[in-house]
Design a protein around this ligand. Structure first.
Ligand code: PEP
Ligand code: MN
Length: 561
């Protein structure tokens, strides 16, 4: 889904799941006591759903979802007939959606409006994105829902609703959003951006089409895919020592997987080009200041200053140079390269037609993937991926339906060739089994030749008490086990694992308890928290054992809390 659409959460009742994936943490529900609508004649949506006569028989339920820091992510007003209360409105504090699903009711929705609110809504300011809709349930109960989202987490993509434009955000609030709906930077100087694109159209290719084909052939076999590396590489850390450490870790992980399972492993780094990041918020706030978010070294600088955060297209040329440097340090390593094909100004000019087979290849990396936020079927990223013959991957989050997946398969791998398309499932541990099973069963039913891989990290982000982004080994292990179970139960070959790891001994992910003192020791990532080598090897051991169907020799953690 493109982000504005996703923002409006065009779904059939999995809003909470989608919000959790956007916010990156589990949400908790707060249900306020019911109130009774006054005796005045109903108007607006209330009249449309319940009739225009005066109502005293209507109740209103107000609820909120909060993230792990307590910030309000969304507010709901549900209007219902008192007489229907027991049939659909939960008593106590069960979130509404969960309760109705437990009742096993079918529902039909009619959206009345979607856009931005003009009034303050509970704790959320005017200008928040929201929608109003009716839900008609199969037991003939009807409710009206007014749902509003916190613009800090869920942006509409329309400029007047950019989070920085909220009315009471102080003087620094006018910071321009750094990226558009498709996560493309807004370069301040269009002519300069055009010059950069032209240069990139003539640079030496970073990889060869023959090596892209070689990886595609390897991925057409039952070998297991290990794809891992930094969330975001940085120019500063692109030293020979760092590359040696990163590649060394990848090789050690591959060896551990093979040792436990005898599987052949294809190793692909998130390396030599992983310099662009999609962000859930276009702006970042610190203290009273609001600046465009950091979008990766290929776009702007992590430094929190107006100059640092201004997108500069010359960073694209630097990203190419640094990637070339990384590749020279990696020479002979046997590790393929990959990154998220996010910046079309970087990727499009680096496509070349290969004289050997007449196909076009993206020659910035062997494998290119499309992220969860940019995988809209009609969006420019999928269009880009359809136009290149590389092996490609697409990330799928908990909001992905079997239909979405089959449609992506239809455009990206219409001839159903093994090795061409990998789906990377990143569901979050709570939904990993159920959501993975749904997609895997649909893929098996349709006979897809595509590879399925687990990314057990991106659905499991949590924030510490001090506001530091982290992930627990426990959640990562649980999601991995759930993925392997879903594979087993659907007769799918587990195709691989996708991880964020560092070659250095960082302290960014925790075991089970979130400990700010530990996180403060060596927290170095410029984006998402990575596994350190010891943690990465533990996960590799677990993967090897899950693959072999043997119990992990020493379970890293007990899975019962
Ligand atoms: C990532 O891999 O760093 C990333 C942003 O992933 P996703 O698209 O799954 O959120
Ligand atoms: Mn990441």
């Amino acid at each position: 889904m493109p982000s504005p659409t996703r923002m409006m959460l065009h779904n059939e009742g999995s809003t909470t799941v989608l919000l959790q994936s956007l916010v990156g943490s589990a949400l908790s529900a707060e249900v306020l006591p019911d109130v009774t609508a006054g005796p005045q004649p109903a108007s607006g949506h209330v009249a449309e759903v319940f009739g225009a006569v005066p109502h005293t028989a209507l109740g209103i339920r107000h609820s909120r979802l909060r993230d792990s820091t307590g910030a309000v992510v969304s507010e709901n007003l549900i209007t219902f007939r008192h007489s229907d209360r027991e049939h659909v409105i939960p008593g106590g504090d069960t979130p509404f959606g969960l309760h109705t699903r437990r009742l096993g009711l079918y529902e039909r929705r009619r959206i009345f409006s979607a856009g931005v609110t003009t009034d303050r809504f509970g704790m959320l300011p005017a200008g928040s994105p929201g929608r109003a809709y009716e839900i008609a349930f199969s037991n003939r109960v009807t409710v009206l829902v007014h749902e509003v989202f916190n613009p800090r987490f869920v942006a509409t993509g329309s400029p007047e609703n950019a989070p920085g434009a909220a009315p009471n955000d102080g003087p620094a609030a006018a910071a321009p959003a750094a990226a558009d709906a498709h996560h493309q930077p807004r370069w301040p100087d269009a002519a300069q951006a055009e010059r950069v694109r032209r240069v990139l159209g003539h640079v030496d290719p970073l990889v060869s089409a023959a090596d892209c084909r070689a990886l595609r052939s390897r991925l057409a076999t039952p070998a297991f895919l290990l794809q891992a590396g930094d969330c975001a590489e940085t120019f500063r850390d692109n030293t020979p020592r760092s590359v040696v450490n990163r590649v060394g870790l990848l090789r050690d992980m591959a060896d551990r997987i093979t040792a436990a399972s005898s599987a052949r492993v294809v190793t692909v780094g998130r390396i030599a080009g992983q310099y662009a990041k999609p962000r859930s918020s276009a702006v970042e706030r610190r203290g009273g200041h609001v600046l465009p978010s950091y979008l990766g070294d290929a776009v702007n600088a992590v430094e929190f200053t107006a100059a640092g955060r201004t997108p500069d297209p010359r960073n694209l040329l630097r990203a190419h140079r640094e990637s070339s440097k990384t590749l020279s340090f990696m020479a002979g390593s046997g590790v393929f390269t990959s990154h998220e094909a996010l910046l079309l100004d970087y990727e499009r000019p680096q496509t070349r037609r290969c004289p050997d087979d007449g196909n076009r290849y993206g020659l910035s990396a062997h494998l290119l993937w499309i992220g969860e936020r940019t995988r809209s079927l009609t969006g420019p990223h999928i269009e880009f991926a359809t136009a290149v013959a590389n092996p490609v991957a697409v990330k799928l989050g908990p909001g992905c339906t079997p239909e979405d997946m089959l449609a992506l398969h239809g455009v990206l791998n219409p001839r159903n060739q093994p090795g061409r398309l990998t789906f990377v499932l990143r569901m979050g541990r709570a939904h990993a089994y159920e959501r993975s099973r749904l997609l895997l069963a649909a893929a098996a039913g349709a006979g897809l030749a595509d590879r399925f891989v687990s990314d057990p990290m991106h659905g499991n982000g949590v924030t510490s008490a001090k506001g530091v982004k982290t992930r627990t080994m426990r959640a990562i292990e649980e999601e991995l086990r759930a993925f392997f179970e879903a594979c087993r139960d659907t007769g799918t070959l587990p195709g691989g694992v996708h991880l964020e790891v560092s070659g250095d001994d960082v302290t960014e992910c925790v075991d089970a308890e979130i400990d700010d003192a530990y996180l403060a020791e060596r927290y170095r990532t410029s984006c998402d928290p990575r596994l350190n080598p010891a943690q990465a090897l533990r996960i590799a051991d677990l993967v090897g054992h899950l693959l072999a169907g043997t119990p992990a020799a020493e379970p890293a953690l007990s899975l019962t809390a």
